[in-house]
Design a protein around this ligand. Structure first.
Ligand code: GTP
Length: 330
């Protein structure tokens, strides 16, 4: 199944606008629509700009079994209703109330075959669509599906470029983007922003004694444990570098940030991953530096991360497997 109802990109909507206008013109009808099926509604994603079309983009009709498009999606077949007034099956069709009595529509699907919606035409008068018109609808539906394919691959590439290949969590690039955004937001709304810098203790020794493959496995488990702790919707857990992780906690006061850092530290130790060459513990542990930007002061996002990094350095110096906070910066 696709990521549920992704936003359509403006350039796609622009192309679809062109398609619906052209389809309406070629089929000589006021309304040509690209419809999308949501959880419980059918939505107009694009509609011909014709003075006689009663449909507005973004308009939604509740799914109730009486919509033409529901039948198209369910049967995955072209539906042709030349005159709904002559067919009792459509007695409760809401389009009739809008004065639209004829319909012809074809299914449009996501690349994996799950339904997206339909491409359809409607008219105020009885209309027997020709084979050419039906063919035209099918051809344009394939073009719409091609743009959906492009959308899905673009999203996939975007996600890959923002994801760490080994652990699957956010990478440094995404962290930097989100940091910039959250810093600006926190600054504007005068909300606290707390980054946590986490680093695995004696990880070089770990790799040297157990091998790089085991080291990679350890990184994956630590990433999973840290992500599980920083689970609020706005929290972001990223792999910042080799064996370093960064967690961004928007709208989080110093005390809460410290508590969450402690939870992270305990969660990693709780994994009980044997670390025979650690000088502090016989299992894998992490050290964490915490910092909070509390006011609308002049601290830049770079200075904020640097301060958290300095706290991390102190945690390392202070014996590792511990959390250090830096004095609040504002
Ligand atoms: N297996 C594996 N190791 C990595 C990866 N990225 C970085 N490392 C290793 O992480 C180790 C980091 O070592 P150091 O920076 O010396 O730090 P440390 O040994 O953890 O010591 P402290 O941070 O002082 O506790 C290096 O040996 C890197 O090779 C990776 O993707 N996989």
């Amino acid at each position: 199944m696709q990521s549920k109802f992704p936003e359509m990109e403006p350039r796609i909507l622009e192309q679809w606008q062109g398609i619906t206008n052209l389809v309406a013109k070629l089929c000589r009808v006021p309304a040509a629509l690209i419809m999308r099926q949501n959880d419980d509604t059918m939505e107009v994603v694009s509609g011909s700009e014709h003075p006689d079309s009663p449909y507005q983009v973004n308009e939604k009709a509740p799914l109730n079994g009486d919509l033409y498009c529901e039948t198209v999606i369910k049967t995955q077949k072209l539906l042709h209703v030349p005159n709904a007034l002559k067919d009792p099956v459509w007695d409760h069709n809401p389009d009739i109330e809008l004065g639209m009595i004829s319909y012809c529509g074809v299914p449009v699907n996501w690349p994996d075959g799950t339904p997206f919606g339909t491409l359809c035409i409607l008219d105020r008068v009885e209309k027997h669509s020709t084979d050419e018109e039906k063919d035209l609808l099918n051809q344009f539906a394939r073009i719409i599906e091609l743009t959906l394919e492009l959308l899905v691959s673009n999203r996939r590439f975007e996600n890959l470029s923002l994801q760490d290949g080994l652990t699957g969590i956010a990478n440094r690039r995404l962290f930097d983007v989100v940091l910039k955004r959250e810093w600006a937001q926190s600054h504007r709304l005068k909300l606290p922003l707390s980054p946590l810098m986490c680093d695995i203790d004696f990880f070089k020794n770990y790799n040297d004694s157990l091998g790089h493959v085991q080291g990679d496995e350890c990184l994956k488990q630590v990433a999973e444990a840290l992500s599980a702790v920083s689970k609020r919707e706005l929290d972001l857990c990223a792999r910042y570098g080799g064996e370093e992780f960064a967690i961004l906690l928007p709208n989080t006061e110093p005390k809460q940030a410290f508590e969450l850092a402690e939870q992270c530290r305990r969660a990693v130790a709780g994994l009980q991953i044997p670390h025979p060459s650690s000088a502090v513990c016989d299992v894998v542990t992490i050290s964490i530096g915490v910092c909070t930007m509390t006011d609308s002061g002049d601290v830049s996002e770079t200075a904020l991360i640097r301060a958290a990094d300095q706290a991390l350095y102190r945690a390392k110096q202070g014996g590792r497997n511990r959390v250090e906070i830096c004095p609040t910066v504002s």
